[in-house]
Write a protein that binds this ligand. Structure first.
Ligand code: AMP
Ligand code: MG
Length: 407
């Protein structure tokens, strides 16, 4: 039974990130949300493209200001989207609106709230500083300099910035294909029209894991469920490793008489790196590399919450490394929160307790659910965090700080 931190290291060491030359595609920016950039992007333009006003107000040359803070007002005005080629005359200011291009000669803008118009003159009510309220050409970024680095996950901000730099198409990593195989004699497919017989359950892991894989930016390939039968399972594993970048099987990873995964993987020539982890729930985790491409194989426990905890703790990060994402995304996010209830653990394994993380008066607060059974997925509905109790930590009293993993 290996410690959690050790298993995290082993897994991340086994992941070989995608090659940006081979494992990438060019897509439209409009399709790029949550994709990972496969190349550094350099700005094609200076941004802003020209000196412009950050305020509605008046543009002037700072040097022209005299003691009385008065300037003559030029007859024309500059709206956003218009330009003037006429240089500003000495001692004059010109009406300008936010985004309007500064005329030649102007270097400072005063906002209209700080002025008073007296006939053709403008009285400044405060003394401005030079360069105020001017967005200088190239101040945000200069043409040819790096705008966004390869490995960045594209969110709304990045997409907006790429749009303003006129990047219509970008090279991103392809989405990894992750196979899911469910094992167990008791499993029935959700779309089966048969009545559930005694002992049968619906293969819910297939749906939960598919959703987690999609959320992680990958493509879930579902291979259906197999009975606890070595031959059937071997065939399905072969099929999965031939077409997917990573394989997850659920169930059969433990030490029960019908848990064949490890034995079968060994027979198939896989190298087994992890057989069990000191984590609760999720102890019977198998991590192996298999096939010509040495694909990563996760044999996760069948209990629905265990399977999800293993995904959140280990597999999500492995997918992030595989698809070229920056290292900060390879690890879960942990924060300290005050627990509203006592937390208990037997202390033998690192224990993950699900619940709700909220911010009360700005401080993180964790409310655990009342019942933790790894077989009870219903108890985890709405959970957005897992409190962690380290090995040998058996009790955290209510109102004390706990380390919480955001899921
Ligand atoms: P196992 O890891 O095969 O020993 O399974 C542990 C528990 O998880 C058993 O109660 C199974 O019925 C349940 N289980 C296994 N596979 C699934 C699945 N695909 N969906 C929902 N529950 C499952
Ligand atoms: Mg089973």
């Amino acid at each position: 039974m290996l410690p959690v931190s050790e298993v995290e290291k082993i897994i991340l060491n086994l992941v070989k990130p995608f090659n940006p030359e081979i494992d990438s595609e060019v897509i439209y920016l409009s399709q790029a949300l949550n994709r990972i950039l496969a190349e550094d992007i350099h700005s094609k333009l200076d941004f802003p493209h020209w000196d412009n006003s950050a305020m509605d107000g008046y543009a002037f040359r700072y040097q022209d200001l005299t003691e009385n803070l008065q300037l003559a007002i030029a007859s024309d005005q500059i709206l956003a989207g218009t330009a003037t080629s006429k240089p500003l005359a000495k001692g004059e200011c010109i009406r300008i609106f936010t985004g309007g291009m500064l005329p030649i000669g102007a270097d400072t803008v005063i906002m209209q709230e700080d002025t008073e118009r007296i006939g053709n003159f403008l009285q400044l009510k405060v003394k401005p500083t030079q360069g105020e309220y001017v967005r200088r050409k190239g101040e945000f970024i200069k043409a040819g300099t790096k705008l966004i680095s390869a490995g960045t996950r594209l969110g709304a901000t990045e997409i907006g910035a790429l749009a303003s730099a006129r990047c219509q198409q970008i090279k991103v990593y392809r989405q990894p294909k992750i196979a899911i195989i469910s094992t167990g004699n008791e499993l029935v497919s959700l779309d089966s029209s048969q009545m559930l017989q005694a002992g049968q359950i619906i293969d819910s892991n297939l749906y939960a894991l598919s959703a987690l894989i999609t959320q992680a930016g990958a493509i879930a390939m579902t291979f259906g469920s197999v009975r606890d039968d070595k031959l059937e399972l071997e065939k399905l594993i072969q099929k999965a490793i031939a077409s997917a970048d990573m394989v997850i099987s659920t169930g059969g990873a433990s030490v029960g008489d019908y848990d064949y995964v490890d034995e079968l993987l060994e027979k198939m020539g896989a190298e087994i790196h992890v057989r069990s982890v000191a984590i609760k729930p999720g102890k019977p985790l198998t991590v192996a590399t298999i096939g010509d491409r040495q694909s990563l194989y996760f044999g996760v426990p069948g209990n629905p919450v265990s399977a999800m905890v293993i995904f959140w703790r280990f597999i999500r990060g492995a997918i992030a490394k595989l698809n070229g994402t920056n290292e900060i995304y390879w690890y879960p996010q942990f924060i300290k929160a005050i627990t509203t209830e006592d937390l208990h653990s037997q202390g033998r394994r690192e224990t993950y307790l699900w619940g709700n993380l909220t911010y009360q008066k700005g401080s993180p607060v964790f409310q655990p659910v009342s019942n933790f059974s790894s077989g009870n997925l219903i108890s985890a509905i709405g959970a957005n965090a897992l409190a962690i109790m380290r090995v040998n930590q058996t009790y955290i009293p209510a109102e004390e700080v706990a380390i919480v993993m955001i899921i």
